[in-house]
Design a protein. Sequence first.
Length: 276
Amino acid sequence: MARPAGNPVLAPIRRWVLYSRTHLAISVIAVFGVLFVAGAVFGESPTTAHTPNAPSAAGARTAAAAPADEVTYDLAEVTESAITGKTAAAVGKSAPATAMAYAHAYVDVSQSNTEWRTKLGRYTTDTPGETIVAARPQVPVAITGPTTSEIVTGTGGERRAEVAIPTQAGELRVTVQVDSPNGAKWLVQNPFPTLDRDEVSKLGTAPSLASGAAAPSRQPEPSSSATAADTSATDTTATTTSATVPTPSSDPAPAPVPVPGPIPIPELDTPIPGAL
């Protein structure tokens, strides 16, 4: 009985693989290498499918954060309470908010001159000098309303905002412009605005900003009217006292009437001198 002929392709390979252990190891490594290359060429990584979406999400977050980091030229008027508690970076994105924050710091009389200059310098192009310290209000000045703003174009084409803040001592007009010493933000331009000192002085007496010894109190001198009243009261008292003291009668007492007849001689224990 004749044996069937082997596969002309697989028979030589099978004989070569089974010829020795070295050939077997080489064959196994070759099979794994072919499978790895085939997987790299025809396969698809699970993370590759999500890769196109990652840049889109990052771009969306950047686009959403960009408006919050940029200054705005929209003139949304603000009140003093709207900027209270906000940082200089937060108010620096809006021209009316920057002007109101400057005005709020300018009328603050609760701080020393050094602290006042430092706080005011957060909203100005540079730190205020002694000139503006001399124009600092010495009495509390209230801000009475919201801002009123308009955009103007300067000589060099730069855009500025003119903002008016109403106060008890008149309007405080502030000029702000976008500057970027440490990032773009609105800043108050030099010369820095101040209030009229004459109008501020009408609001009351200026308290001393520096602590010192209190002046000794003086007793009020009695006025002429008070002295006259005291004198009148004294005279009235003296008159009343004299009226209550009884005065002796001016009529003399009646003299005794003599009795007619001999004068009685009193009986004496001793004789009268010269008698016999």
